[in-house]
Ligand binder design. Structure first.
Ligand code: RB5
Length: 156
């Protein structure tokens, strides 16, 4: 599978560990940076991963910052992205099965390398569940299409 990775400085080390792990599993890694622990701003990297996934350059995205939260928020601003912050095997499995997550976000300052690798493998081994989950994911896409504003109506 072709997998895009992006991180800020706080996620750099975990991104490198995950990239190496994915390569060892035979996946093709698309590394969108950052390239060191020099401080950078995470929105650039989260949006780059999101665009790679939605644009078809990658089938799955991985985002890493200190917590996984900021870079995940940024990735989710790209229409079509379903980025989920995961902390372990269970959250990774359910993000994929129930939420059809196409971008996995992790915190380099939160979880260890082995937990992150196990979570990533759990995601890769899990297929999206259908039935009621399809309906809910479609409702999320509907919110995006409608451009829901603070009043719950169409933005324009
Ligand atoms: C960087 O210091 C940190 O704020 C960032 O990596 C991330 O945790 C934000 O959500």
């Amino acid at each position: 599978m072709r997998i895009a990775l992006g991180a800020d400085h706080a996620g750099y080390a975990l991104k490198q560990a995950l990239a190496g792990h994915l390569g060892g599993l035979g996946h093709e890694v698309v590394d969108l940076g950052t390239d060191s622990e020099e401080p950078v701003d995470y929105p650039e990297f989260g949006s780059a991963v999101g665009r790679a996934v939605v644009g078809g350059a990658a089938e799955l995205g991985i985002c890493v910052c200190g917590t996984g939260i900021g870079i995940g928020i940024a990735a989710n601003k790209v229409a079509g992205v379903r980025a989920a912050v995961v902390h372990d095997v269970t959250t990774a499995r359910l993000a994929r099965a129930h939420n059809h997550a196409n971008v996995l976000c992790m915190g380099g300052r939160i979880i260890g390398d082995q937990v992150a690798k196990d979570a990533l493998e759990a995601c890769l081994e899990t297929a999206p569940a259908h039935g009621r989950h399809d309906r809910r994911v479609a409702e999320i896409a509907g919110l995006e299409d409608a451009g829901v504003d603070v009043a719950g109506s169409r933005a324009g």
